[in-house]
Design a protein around this ligand. Structure first.
Ligand code: GLC
Length: 459
């Protein structure tokens, strides 16, 4: 073992990791499929696609619900093809999806007996939630719904002085009296409809809590009891307590009944992953936009590259987390061409390398300079994600040569034993793998996005 290698011998999980694993898997058994899938599609779609300035347009521009009616009436996406969305998610290598059933504007994309402010009773007169669920299920994808517990359409929801309500500083609403009990009953009724009328739901993504509007202000205990009764296997995010900020009681040793099943960091990949206060792992999912908006924004062309997306996905997995990647279809229901191109390119990488992501997590190895390690929890295979062109052979830092049974380059399928190049002879304790011959030469990475090496360990 060379002096530069990390403290712990590295080819078998330490006992504490095993203990971690046992408690972690037991506590979070419900989300096993989700933690194996690792990669999902977030879909922000609704009447806000009409003004095409993002899903917060009503709040940012303080648009009254009367003036917003024009967007509601203009939202008639007759040509929307949910099958094409599902095919794109599949092509990208995603295994689950979460679509907005209702966002903060309160306009529901499903048929509701307690509201006429829906796509089933207005504009397109279609139950888009049902169509989305049918299309995605038919492609074998797990299905989730995003539901905003904030509703800017409801007159019983706080207006004046609220942190983000469109009428928050409109003097005409200074005397407005919210009626939270009435609001809770309405909100619970809609969530009951979604949990009772649409078959099995795999994920419910509530959004979001803020000071003064959290937990029991939503009637969260009663709400989650109802949801779990109707959907026993469903997994919930942590936003009946917090938002993209904060973790909630899920990370404490006294989680509330509505703490959720995963933490939901937003627009960031947690620098050191996510753990509970006692150091044990906690499931988490980073939700990221492909540009800088969740809902369709016609002027936002700051698209991430497919290389960035692949590398962020791998980083999430290497830190035991998921990536929920967003698309914002336009008012016709078309996913922007740039989003489609990026997702298809990610899919080309996943077609070759999905086994280094699915069913994988951290490898309990030191982070290598050239990229990341992931490990398949079931069979122990380690995957080296080489992001930087190596000079000569790649040094598999942290893995002793004696521990290596074999190495395969996923991009080429080629078996490449450990390198015996003279350039590496000074470092007998380090495993080296060359990607091509002659071993001393430096070549472009077979896949510049991320060249993955499968490292099989002896035991
Ligand atoms: C935030 C935004 C909301 C978005 C959500 C997605 O809560 O307010 O618009 O839907 O993040 O993570």
């Amino acid at each position: 073992m060379s002096s530069s290698a990390p403290a712990s011998p590295t080819h078998a999980p330490t006992s504490s990791v095993a203990a971690f694993d046992a408690r972690y898997h037991e506590r979070f058994a419900r989300s096993q499929w989700w933690r194996d899938a690792r990669f999902g599609m977030f879909i922000h779609w609704g009447a806000y696609a009409v003004p095409a300035r993002g899903e917060w347009v009503r709040s940012i521009e303080r648009i009254s619900k009367e003036d917003y009616e024009a967007s509601i009436d203009a939202f008639t996406p007759d040509g929307v093809d949910f099958g094409a969305w599902a095919d794109l998610a599949k092509a990208a290598g995603m295994q689950y999806a979460v679509m907005t059933a209702k966002h903060h504007d309160g306009y529901a994309l499903f048929d509701s007996a307690v509201s006429d402010y829906t796509t089933a009773k207005r504009g397109p007169r279609r139950d888009f939630v049902r169509e989305y669920l049918d299309a995605f299920r038919s492609r074998g994808l797990k299905v989730g719904l995003y539901f905003s517990v904030i509703d800017w359409y409801r007159s019983d929801f706080p207006h004046f002085g609220d942190r983000q309500h469109p009428e928050r500083d409109n003097e005409d609403f200074r005397d407005h009296q919210p009626d939270l009990e009435s609001y809770r009953q309405f909100m619970h009724a809609q969530i009951r409809e979604l949990c009772a009328n649409y078959g099995r739901l795999d994920v419910m993504w509530f959004d979001f809590s803020y000071p003064g509007m959290t937990g029991e202000q939503w009637g969260a205990e009663e709400l989650v009891a109802m949801v779990r009764e109707l959907q026993p296997d469903i997994i919930l995010d942590n936003r009946l307590e917090v938002s993209g900020e904060g973790k909630g009681t899920i990370v404490t040793d006294h989680p509330s009944s509505y703490a959720g099943d995963f933490v939901s960091p937003e627009q960031i990949v947690p620098p050191t992953g996510m753990t509970c206060d006692d150091g044990t792992l906690v499931p988490w999912e980073s939700c990221l936009t492909l540009n800088n908006n969740w809902g369709f924004h016609a002027d936002d062309h700051d698209w991430k590259s497919s290389t960035t997306v692949v590398r962020q996905l791998v980083e999430c997995v290497a830190k035991n987390g998921n990536l929920l990647l967003n698309v914002g279809p336009d008012a016709e229901g078309t996913i922007p061409a740039e989003s489609q191109r990026i997702l298809r390119e990610v899919g080309e990488w996943m077609d070759v390398n999905a086994e280094s992501v699915r069913g994988c997590g951290s490898a309990d190895l030191p982070k290598p300079d050239w990229g990341w390690y992931t490990r398949n929890h079931a069979d122990g295979r380690v995957f080296a994600h080489v992001l930087e062109q190596p000079i000569g052979p790649v040094a598999l830092t942290g893995i002793a040569p004696a521990a290596v049974a074999g190495v395969r380059v996923l991009a080429t399928g080629e078996e490449r034993g450990l390198s015996k190049s003279w350039t590496t002879s000074n470092y007998p304790d380090v495993s080296f793998v060359s990607l091509r011959d002659p071993e001393e030469h430096t070549f472009p990475l077979p896949d510049p996005k991320d060249t993955v090496l499968e490292v099989r360990l002896k035991d």
